[in-house]
Structures are given as structure tokens and as C-alpha cells.
Design a binder for this molecule. Structure first.
Ligand code: GDP
Length: 612
């Protein structure tokens, strides 16, 4: 059989062999695995219509496409699989030493409160925590750490229950998205005067998808018009049948505001846990669990609330959670008290992480700091790689193409300009564009001043295109935008901006000219000369500065003049044709004298942009 040839390039033949590759691998990584020449793979891919370099991370699709052309079956290893393999290399895995029957001890249930907005979730969480404080800790000042434990009595035995105190569905789904299960039971709050609402149904669906039993709290029974039976009736349609109707779901009537029957609800939670779940864990192992909340605190550094799920977490433990690691310096409970040991289902705030873990990240304690650091570092490297590989965001050209293929209906913009008048004028004119029913335009943010990191981050989240009207990115931000694949379009004339956006919205983007940055220089000193006008003493920050190049002057990211020329260029006393990055030079901008220290001179060329 002949070796496969793509566009005349001969490559190894796979014969259906399976190649496992991490998400975000490059052609070079692929070539390594099959002992091929990376350059031929770049060429082969070029013939398949994709232009990438050998070391660039490529998408799953490209890896699979190229693989199949060569007769390999490419399997992309998911981050979870990779993580399992990573832990394997350290001889670790979650739930490893869970132990046998004899090691398991009963642990408190972990509860999330869900339900429609305004049905009383927050009020209920407040009511529970203030009526049932764990006795030994009473008196401390309540700290919101993202979860708390309360004590209650069932058959004269004191039992604990843990509540996640960020009500709503986001925390619940964020954790599930990260593959960790933190909730044992969902308390579904339904207002007796309102009934089943869209988010009630959503909550039921989330809980069912996660296979988590539900206890229904019919709230606001103190209100006139409260009709608990109607709620019972309504919920049967969603498969929640009350015990009194022959089903197995517990319904409890409460008033969060008047704190009526809170104990009844807690009892129902425990009864449901005992009937439906086997909540036991081995406390005698290195702790594992999940981070439920984390932030950076000015004084204390990274602060993370973790929920211990197995084992016992102790001060001094080496810990790794997602991409973050550290050593537990101190633990605080939900009354701000110091905690030396946290057993299963106990939420504690952990100090000592070197960076902030993500909510929903699993954590585990490992033997040594070194291992924690290595695991975290490898995960970080992997995250970076995956980000780069999947960073294809929308550009105006993509939008144009996608529109022609009927794939999009909304163009999202962020508008930054040099003054509020122009920003408003631009937004107004854009919003007035008449482009038919199919597409619409949404401006998610507008503002005055240079394009900042926040603008780019927002663009990433909302898949927006950034419009810079007479403004430029502040230092470092263009690099961020390039890294994240955010399209920034610069305009200095309003109608040009409008024309282009209109053309894109109509799917008619014309061939265009693009500006290519040549170099930037920072003004360090201003020399005033009566004969030559002001001369800027500069250092070239990037690229090179050439005499006669087109230039613009920026002050704190705002374009002061867009239509300048490098009129004179000197190295010391001598005229120069070009000066490169890192060197000092003197620049004269012809008759333009309005220059100040710290201004940036940017030079550029206009080239016709090749169409994708
Ligand atoms: P969430 O959006 O589900 O967190 O709802 P909140 O806890 O913020 O409550 C929404 C509103 O309902 C607030 O004005 C509460 O004071 C009120 N509320 C909550 N529980 C009760 C209750 O049991 N009875 C009455 N009458 N009002 C309540």
C-alpha cells in the first residue's frame, strides 16, 4: 500500500492506529508521536486549507482532520482524562483511600437552596443560620464564607447539616460544570403566594440531572393568599409527589420571615438524607473535596472556602486545588473561629494558597509541597495551551462570513472613544443603521479613554469586537487582545466606522486597507529649538522608527494627532534612516510641537489587507 500523500507531500501512514493527544497540541507534538517531519505536516495541512506554524496550538478539529487524512485515529485527551493521567504519574487519584466499610463514618448532608427569584432563598438561609447555630460556636461573629453548618436534633440526637449559602443555580451548575458534586440535597423554595415559576422548573431540572433528591420548602405561608396545596398540586406535574399524596418527596410549609417551622424543614432534610442516601466518608485519610468560593484578599492573600468531602484537613497540609496550590497556613470557620482540623462536610476558609483556585475546583492534600506545586504547574501549563488553541474569537471578517452562511444574528460591540460626545454620536448612528430584521447590533460597553484590559476581558466574555475611535490600547493591552484573539478596529473618522459596521451587518464587507504597525517610541525628553521646533528625545520601544513614516501621537492611550510624519530622525548628532527597538533617537514631527514627556509616537504603514 502506498503512503498517503497530501498535495504531493508524503507522510507516514497510520493504518487506523490510535494517537492520543492533549487538547491544544501542535503539529510538532503530533509529528513527534508518529516520527514525521513537522514541516511536511505544516505543508500538508496547508493543502487542506489551514495555515498554521509547527509549534502553534491547533484546534481539536484540525488535529482530527489531519490525522484522518493520514489514516490515524486521533483521540483528543480531555482535560479531565489528562488530569487523571497527571495524578497517576504521582501515584495519586481522587477517592483513592476511601477505605472499606469499617472506615466509613456518617457525615452531615450538604444542602443547596434553589428556587425562583424572590421566593425567599436568602431569607431562608438567614433564618436557618440564626436559629440553629452550632452550640459550641455560638457567640462568634457570623462570617459569610460561602457555606455554614447548623445543628439540629433528630430523635434526640444532635445532627449537623451543611448549607451552601450562595443561593441560586449558578454555584450549583458551576460546580457540576467542573465535574465536582458538592450537593447532597436540594431544598427547593417555592413561594406559596406565587407558585411554580420558570426558575423553579429550572432548579428541578438541575437537581434531577445531578441525581440529587429534593425537599420542597413551601415558603411565605404567613402571607394572605398563600395556597400550599396548590403548590403540591403543581409540583406533581414535575414528578415531585408529596408523601401525603403517595409519593416520596417531603414538603414542608414554612415562613422564612417569621421563622416558622425551620426545624421541621431541617428534620425533613435529615429524614430524606437517611432514607435516600448513604452519606458516609472516611475521615482517616488525606483530605479531598471541593473549593466552593475563593477570592484575593488585600491583607491575607488568596482565601478559599473549601468543603471537605473525605478525610481530614489540617493546618500545615500541602494542598492543591485546580491550578492553585499552597500549604494550609490557617483555617477559619463560619464564625471566624480558628479551626485546626476539618472533617467531612465541614466548610472552612483556607489561608495559604499561592494563587486563587476556581469555584468548583476539586482539591486534594498531598504528601509534600513539591508535589502540590508540580501538579498545579502542569495544570497551569495545560490551561494556557488549551486557551491558546481554542481562542478563535469573532472578527469583523468572520462575522461577515458567518452572516452569509446564516450562522449569526448579533454583532456585539464595545466602543471606546476620545470624548463622550463622539462615543455617543457613534453609538447613536450605529444603532440607527437599518439592516433588516435578521441581524442586530448590541453595544455591551462604551467609554472614554484608551482601550484597557477590562475592555478586552469583557470582549472575551461577550464575544465582542472593540471599536477604538481616536483611541488606542494602553500599554500591554494590544498584546492581551492578540493573545485572546480579540478584534480591535481603529477609526479616526465616524462615517468610516459606520460604513464598515454597516457593511459587515449586511454581509458586504469590502476589501479593505489595513494599518500595519511599524514601530513605537516613547518620549523621554523634549528639546525646544527655536529653529527646528520641538524635538522629541525618544527611546524606541518596539519595531523601528523610519524617517518619513506616517505617525500618530498618543497621550495616555488617546490619539492627539493621527496625521503626522517622522520629519527628522537623528541618532546623536547624525541623521538616521531608521532606528531600532531599544535605541535612543531624536524625532522631529515637522510643524507639530505639542509633545510631552511620556507621549508615544507610533508609526505605521497602510497596506491592502488580503481577504481571508
Ligand atoms: P430570593 O430572591 O429567593 O433570595 O428571595 P429573598 O430571600 O430575597 O426574599 C424575597 C422577598 O420575599 C423579600 O422581600 C423577603 O423579605 C420576602 N420573604 C421571604 N420569605 C418570606 C416569608 O416567609 N414571608 C413573607 N411574607 N415574605 C417573605
Amino acid at each position: 500500500m502506498q503512503a498517503p500523500s497530501i498535495g504531493g507531500i508524503t507522510l507516514p501512514r497510520g493504518n487506523g492506529a490510535v494517537i492520543r493527544m492533549a487538547r491544544g497540541s501542535s503539529l510538532s507534538d503530533f509529528a513527534d508521536k508518529i516520527d514525521a517531519n513537522p514541516a511536511s505536516m505544516v505543508q500538508a495541512l496547508f493543502h487542506l486549507g489551514e495555515m498554521v506554524t509547527a509549534t502553534q496550538s491547533v484546534s481539536d478539529d484540525i488535529l482530527e482532520l489531519l490525522g484522518s487524512e493520514m489514516g490515524y485515529e486521533v483521540q483528543i485527551v480531555s482535560p479531565e482524562d489528562e488530569d487523571r493521567e497527571l495524578l497517576d504519574t504521582f501515584d495519586l487519584s481522587y477517592g483513592e483511600n476511601e477505605g472499606g466499610e469499617e472506615d466509613l463514618q456518617v457525615r452531615p448532608p450538604v444542602v443547596t437552596v434553589m428556587g425562583h427569584v424572590d421566593h425567599g432563598k436568602t431569607k431562608l438561609l438567614d433564618a436557618i443560620r440564626s436559629t440553629n447555630v452550632v452550640a459550641k460556636e455560638a457567640g462568634g461573629i457570623t462570617q459569610h464564607i460561602g457555606a455554614y453548618q447548623v445543628a439540629t436534633h433528630l430523635n434526640d440526637v444532635e445532627r449537623l447539616i451543611t448549607f451552601i449559602d450562595t443561593p441560586g443555580h449558578e454555584a450549583f451548575t458551576a460546580m457540576r460544570a467542573r465535574g465536582s458534586k458538592s450537593t447532597d440535597i436540594v431544598v427547593l423554595v417555592v413561594a406559596a403566594d406565587d407558585g411554580v415559576m420558570p426558575q423553579t422548573v429550572e432548579a428541578i431540572n438541575h437537581a434531577k440531572a445531578a441525581d440529587v433528591p429534593i425537599v420542597v420548602a413551601i415558603n411565605k405561608i404567613d402571607k394572605e393568599g398563600a395556597n400550599p396545596d396548590k403548590i403540591r398540586q403543581q409540583l406533581t406535574e414535575y414528578g415531585l409527589v408529596a408523601e401525603e399524596y403517595g409519593g416520596d418527596t417531603m414538603f414542608v410549609e414554612i415562613s422564612a420571615r417569621q421563622r416558622t417551622n425551620i426545624d421541621g424543614l431541617l428534620e425533613a432534610v435529615l429524614l430524606t438524607a437517611d432514607a435516600a442516601l448513604d452519606l458516609r466518608a472516611n475521615p482517616n485519610m488525606q483530605a479531598e473535596g471541593v473549593a466552593i468560593e475563593a477570592h484575593l484578599d488585600r491583607g491575607r492573600g488568596a482565601v478559599a472556602t473549601v468543603l471537605v468531602q473525605r478525610g481530614t484537613l489540617r493546618v500545615g497540609d500541602s494542598i492543591v486545588a485546580g491550578n492553585a496550590y499552597g500549604r494550609v497556613r490557617a483555617m477559619l470557620g463560619d464564625h471566624g473561629e480558628n479551626v485546626a482540623e476539618a472533617t467531612p462536610s465541614r466548610p472552612v476558609q483556607v489561608l495559604g494558597f499561592t494563587s486563587v483556585p476556581g469555584a468548583g475546583d476539586s482539591f486534594m492534600v498531598v504528601e509534600e509541597d513539591r508535589v502540590a506545586r508540580q501538579i498545579a504547574e502542569r495544570r497551569q501549563a495545560r490551561t494556557r495551551k488549551a486557551q491558546v488553541a481554542n481562542r478563535r474569537r469573532i472578527t469583523l471578517e468572520d462575522f461577515n462570513t458567518a452572516l452569509q452562511q446564516n450562522k449569526v444574528e448579533q454583532l456585539t460591540l464595545i466602543i471606546k472613544g476620545d470624548n463622550s460626545g463622539t462615543v455617543e454620536a457613534l453609538e447613536d448612528s450605529l444603532m440607527k443603521l437599518d439592516v433588516g430584521e435578521e441581524v442586530n447590533l448590541r453595544v455591551v460597553h462604551r467609554g472614554v479613554g484608551g482601550i484597557t484590559q477590562d475592555d478586552i476581558n469583557l470582549a472575551v466574555i461577550t464575544d465582542a469586537i472593540v471599536i477604538g475611535f481616536n483611541v488606542k490600547p494602553v500599554r500591554g493591552v494590544q498584546e492581551l487582545a492578540d493573545r485572546e484573539g480579540v478584534d480591535i478596529r481603529y477609526y479616526t473618522v465616524i462615517y468610516q466606522a459606520i460604513d464598515e459596521i454597516e457593511a459587515a451587518l449586511k454581509g458586504l464587507l469590502k476589501p479593505e486597507f489595513e494599518e500595519v504597525a511599524v514601530g513605537t517610541a516613547e518620549i523621554r525628553e523634549v528639546f525646544r529649538s527655536s529653529k527646528f521646533g520641538n524635538i522629541a528625545g525618544c527611546i524606541v520601544r518596539s519595531g523601528e522608527i523610519r524617517r518619513n513614516a506616517k505617525a500618530r501621537l498618543l497621550r495616555a492611550g488617546v490619539v492627539i494627532n493621527d496625521n503626522l510624519t517622522i520629519d527628522s530622525l537623528k541618532r546623536f548628532k547624525d541623521d538616521a534612516v531608521e532606528v531600532r527597538e531599544g535605541f535612543e533617537c531624536g524625532i522631529g514631527l515637522g510643524s507639530w510641537n505639542n509633545i510631552e514627556v511620556e507621549d508615544t509616537i507610533e508609526t505605521y504603514e497602510i497596506r491592502e489587507k488580503p481577504r481571508a
